[in-house]
Design a protein around this ligand. Structure first.
Ligand SMILES: O=C(O)CCC(=O)C(=O)O
Length: 254
């Protein structure tokens, strides 16, 4: 089990992120690489729209909770609950899973942004939700800030991420909008020094989705595989429903 820092919830509240080493051991990382690798191979073979592509190269997969039973089990495991519950409380549940890789064939970069979308069971034109779209057939919308503020993302690193392979960069504290426009980036860039999240294999980055984050392409591309899990602890407002809800003790194999 990882050592969960006593001040984890305070750090997430203040900085919007925290790096926690040693969440998964080598065998758990190997098992996840194999399980997600199989799902990615299958999605590629079927030209499944859930696979994220750059040219011919696949660099990620959507709906990981629905497609990879091992990830569903992981999201409800004691290791992950031990990180989620201090921040979101015992009623938290996983709502979305994504997979990202960065390779020589798909050496992508991402500009500064916040994660503002949620996946829903169906489109409902409720107040605060906008820009509905379908991603791999799943309805997604921009969500109200109060929904995003109450969420937590855990990015589990299956390869080391360091200065030369495009690690996640964050602007500490930028998750606190204090009424400002979520689209605002320049004032934060001018005021806050970016932090590079170096993470070892098996470590995790916890972050609020509203935290401004970015990543450069890798200087020396090699795998940089990440299982990205999003958690919430309350129903969505206005009759919108989460696309998925994974709790301990429910679902296949748990
Ligand atoms: O893995 C990364 O570098 C960033 C991925 C990400 O933040 C995103 O897609 O929003």
């Amino acid at each position: 089990m990882p050592t969960v820092p006593d001040d984890l919830a305070d750090r997430i509240d203040r900085d919007g992120f925290a790096v926690v080493p040693g969440v998964l051991d080598d065998a758990e990382v190997d098992a996840l690489i194999a399980a997600v690798g199989r799902a990615e191979f299958e999605a590629t073979r079927l030209a499944d729209p859930a696979s994220l592509r750059r040219g011919k190269s696949v660099y990620g997969l959507r709906d990981l909770l629905g497609r990879v039973p091992e990830v569903r089990i992981l999201a409800a495991s004691p290791e992950i609950r031990g990180l989620v519950e201090p921040v979101l409380g015992p009623g938290a549940f996983a709502v979305r899973g994504l997979w990202f890789d960065k390779t020589a064939g798909a050496n992508w970069n991402l500009p500064w942004h916040r994660d503002l979308t949620v996946a829903a069971r169906a489109r409902v034109d409720a107040p605060g939700f906008s820009c509905w779209t379908a991603k791999a057939g799943i309805p997604h919308a921009l969500a109200p800030p109060e929904v995003l503020d109450a969420m937590l993302t855990i990015r589990l690193h299956l390869d080391p991420a360091g200065p030369d392979n495009g690690p996640l960069r964050v602007l500490p504290g930028s998750h606190r909008l204090d009424g400002r426009d979520p689209g605002e980036v320049a004032p934060w860039r001018a005021r806050v020094r970016p932090v590079e999240c170096a993470v070892d294999r098996g470590g995790a980055v916890l972050m609020r989705p509203m935290l401004l984050h970015a990543s450069n392409s890798a200087r020396s591309p090699r795998h940089r595989r990440v299982v990205h899990l999003e958690f919430a602890s309350a129903p969505l407002p206005g009759g919108v429903e989460w696309y998925d809800e994974v709790r301990p003790g429910h679902g296949p194999g748990l």
